[in-house]
Design a protein around this ligand. Structure first.
Ligand code: SF4
Length: 329
């Protein structure tokens, strides 16, 4: 039996339209993410994400480098949104996330974004992977409405940095099939210092709890492809600036040991990380081993663990061919 994403039913009932309209109102006095900038994004006022209403689509492509249940054999249909709401000094996608003047060239209409979703489906994508979507959730909902009308029927993945607003996430209940958030830091202070995200851990915990409430702890997999559920990503940082133990403690104690976790070792210094003495090197073997020991300590055994040398394979390049930033053959 073919899997039917839940947004189809919301679309047919007219609920998706109502959600999109409600979300759009949040742009007027923007509280779309925890920065709560209160700017009017229908005007030229800019908040921390430096974005208006029309989405910045920096790139879209079939992507084969995600977790196996996301990429499958045909690839995830990833849409990379530009101008992130966080400003991580070590961002591996900094060419699109913190370069808003350049990304102005990649602003598209809501109709065009809907067309991109359909195009990715026609290319055979297993899903639509919304990468860094947080600051454009209302626009994405409007695009999804148009795309559903045009026959979109593959699952939606919400791949965010974890700095999400619970109010917006509630509007995504039944719209998103798979949540794929980061929890970047287990300490608020580090989120502020390295990503310009005030109270990052506090907000990320609430956001992930809401995602978990919507999807539960079962990762539904059919024919080797994830259809519904939650996968939390955690990138281990040098000098334990990710506070990995606190992140795992939260997952284990407040969500449960059955949650799927994707542990990443792919850190390497880029962007402004070269200037930060605690972040200007890649991860050491002992640091990663310690993170693996913490997985055991907190009983988190579901999910994926990257090899330590994986940093060599995850080097997107958005300066050249935007259709192929990962060099897919
Ligand atoms: S989405 Fe952008 S403008 Fe709105 S609160 Fe977040 S950073 Fe500020």
């Amino acid at each position: 039996m073919q899997f039917t994403p839940s947004y189809i039913e919301l679309y047919e009932k007219g609920e998706l339209k109502l959600r999109a309209e409600k979300a759009f109102e949040a742009y007027r006095n923007c509280n779309v993410c925890p920065h709560h900038c209160r700017v009017d994004r229908f005007t030229s006022e800019l908040g921390t994400c430096l974005s208006g209403v029309d989405p910045v689509v920096s790139s879209y492509t079939l992507h084969f480098g995600e977790e196996p249940v996301i990429s499958g054999t045909k690839g995830a249909g990833n849409i990379f949104f530009g101008n992130c709401n966080l400003k991580c000094i070590f961002c591996q996608n900094y060419e699109i996330s913190q370069n808003y003047k350049e990304e102005e060239k990649h602003i598209v209409s809501i109709e065009k974004l809907a067309g991109i979703m359909i195009e990715l489906q026609e290319k055979g994508a297993h899903n639509i992977g919304l990468v860094s979507p947080t600051h454009f959730v209302p626009s994405i909902l409007k695009s999804l409405l148009i795309a559903a009308e045009k026959g979109l029927k593959i699952p939606i993945i919400y791949n965010s940095n974890g700095y999400d607003s619970v109010e917006m996430l509630k509007l995504l209940d039944g719209v998103v099939d798979i949540y794929l958030p980061d929890i970047k830091y287990g300490r608020d202070e580090y989120g502020r210092k390295y990503s310009n995200g005030e109270n990052y851990f506090t907000f990320a915990k609430e956001a992930v709890k809401e995602m978990y409430r919507q999807t539960g702890n079962i990762l539904q997999i059919e024919d080797g492809i994830a259809r519904r559920g939650l996968i939390i990503r955690h990138l281990v940082l040098p000098n334990d600036l990710s506070e990995t133990g606190e992140v795992f403690k939260f997952i284990s104690e407040e969500l449960g040991r059955d949650v799927h976790l994707s542990l990443m070792s792919q850190y390497y210094p880029v962007h402004r990380a070269f200037k930060e003495i605690l972040l200007n090197r890649k991860l050491r073997e002992r640091e990663y081993e310690k993170a693996l020991e913490l997985l055991d300590k907190y009983g988190l055994h579901k999910g994926w663990v990257q090899e330590l040398d994986s940093f060599e394979h995850y080097r997107p390049d958005f300066t050249g061919d935007r259709e192929n930033p990962f060099g897919n053959k």
